[in-house]
Design a protein around this ligand. Structure first.
Ligand SMILES: N[C@@H](CCC(=O)N[C@@H](CS)C(=O)NCC(=O)O)C(=O)O
Length: 213
């Protein structure tokens, strides 16, 4: 399989961790933000990541759909234990919704500054400003402290659980942890200390997942 990603993409990093925990062989293709010709040709025009190309050449887009596909494989079944299916998917959707909604604002200024070319920084800013308004990236940089407080409030029950047990559901990782890991990877791609500043409990959770894969 081939996984197309940006290093900062929480959705792509979620899929990557899922493949790693399931021990499904895959090649990671690092897409250059300012150069997506291969991706556009492959997908027929979809230039978001993640994109997964499966062993039989099927091209999958949308991380939730990709996760469903991977989880249908026997190697990955343990990552959504049957009696916990509703809870695990519910948590996944909570992470990709309200959690991502605040964390991407925290990560965005650092992600922008990390792009290697002025063209990529300008394109990334344009993409954000077209959706969230002129000056949004600089405004999020200025409001980082408040955004971190908002994120801590949204994630406080999760933090309390992870302070007491290794993973969201107990002793073994599930899709719930994998979804969180995508967010942690985004923050650390923006700035290496950002996740630890959000909470050392979350940084420890990221390291546990990396050890588990
Ligand atoms: N709903 C999609 C969202 C994918 C998405 O928004 N990907 C972002 C990276 S996190 C992207 O590719 N953005 C393109 C751009 O910034 O031009 C999924 O879950 O896969």
């Amino acid at each position: 399989m081939k996984l197309y990603r940006f290093r900062y993409s929480p959705y792509a990093r979620k899929v990557q961790m899922l493949l790693e925990l399931a021990h499904l062989p895959h090649e990671v293709i690092e897409v250059r933000y300012g150069e997506r010709e291969e991706l556009a040709r492959l997908t027929g025009g979809y230039i978001y990541v993640p994109v997964l190309v499966t062993g039989d050449g099927t091209v999958l887009t949308e991380s939730r759909r990709i996760c469903e596909h991977v989880l249908a494989r026997p190697e990955a079944a343990h990552l959504v234990p049957a009696p916990l299916e509703a809870a695990v998917w519910g948590f996944h959707d909570f992470v990709d919704g309200p959690v991502e909604d605040v964390l991407f604002r925290i990560a965005t200024p650092g992600v922008r500054d990390a792009w290697g070319t002025a063209w990529e920084r300008a394109l990334y800013t344009l993409v954000k400003e077209r959706k969230f308004g002129a000056g949004c990236v600089d405004a999020w940089a200025a409001a980082q402290g408040e955004l971190l407080d908002r994120a801590r409030a949204v994630l406080e029950p999760t933090r309390r659980v992870l302070a007491e047990q290794p993973f969201v559901i107990g002793d073994a990782p599930t899709l719930a942890d994998v979804a969180l890991y995508g967010q942690w990877a985004m923050l650390e791609a923006a700035a290496p200390d950002l996740l630890d500043r959000l909470s050392p409990v979350f940084a420890a959770h990221a390291r546990r997942l990396e050890s588990a894969r």
